[in-house]
Design a protein around this ligand. Structure first.
Ligand code: HEM
Length: 181
């Protein structure tokens, strides 16, 4: 990881990650196009996120990793409150630190959508331990974006591969959740 980019090139790597993952994010988004209040939608969201986040948290973090809050316990608490057993764990491994950071971008980026989803659920009788914690991106997201720009151009393919592998786990997890419900 070389010295971080100066402001002129800031967000160059973020832009590449965003472009490379736009289609897979759109596919996930489409699964929830009518929000989380329809029958089984919130349960599907919790089941899918639990499997995705647990896979990430179960994979060793490199020395370059920032402090990352554990979220699988919050998801487990919400699943318990709804009487739902989690999905079987997903296999996941990262070939390099850059792969891990690409996946970390996905996990932290999911907080942006979570904030929006949380706003739609307030006032409903649902367990919200995960979304109330995760749905406030802010400083952590800004730190992720700044950290991405510390990678060299040669590491961008590995960042993108890590992000795409994390999104693949998410897509597979939400598909499994839909089959279960
Ligand atoms: C469940 C329904 C979801 C909705 C409605 C949703 C919605 C959103 C929204 C509104 C943004 C902000 C876009 C912007 O500011 O331009 C966002 C960003 C993002 N979401 Fe989602 N999201 C969902 C699920 C997920 C999931 C499950 C993941 C990954 C596990 C994910 C990963 C990301 C990432 C990485 C970004 C950052 C994109 C960027 O680089 O700006 N999202 N999402």
């Amino acid at each position: 990881m070389p010295a971080c980019r100066a402001t002129a090139a800031l967000h160059a790597i973020h832009a590449q990650l965003r472009t490379r993952t736009a289609a897979v994010h759109a596919a996930l988004d489409a699964r929830f196009r009518d929000g989380l209040l329809g029958p089984g939608r919130y349960a599907a969201y919790l089941l899918g996120m639990h499997r995705t986040v647990t896979a990430f948290e179960s994979t060793p973090a490199p020395p370059t990793a920032p402090d990352t809050p554990a979220r699988s316990g919050l998801l487990q608490a919400d699943l318990d409150a709804l009487g739902l057993a989690p999905l079987a764990p997903a296999p996941l491994a990262f070939a390099s630190a850059a792969h891990w950071h690409g996946a970390h971008y996905v996990i932290e980026g999911s907080a942006l959508g979570a904030g929006m989803l949380l706003a739609t659920l307030r006032g409903h009788a649902l367990p919200l331990a995960f979304l109330q914690s995760h749905g406030h991106p802010g400083a952590r997201w800004r730190a992720v974006l700044a950290g991405l720009e510390c990678f060299s151009d040669t590491e961008v393919p590995a960042l993108c591969e890590g992000a795409l592998s994390m999104f693949a786990v998410a897509e597979d997890s939400f598909a499994r959740a839909d089959r279960r419900l």
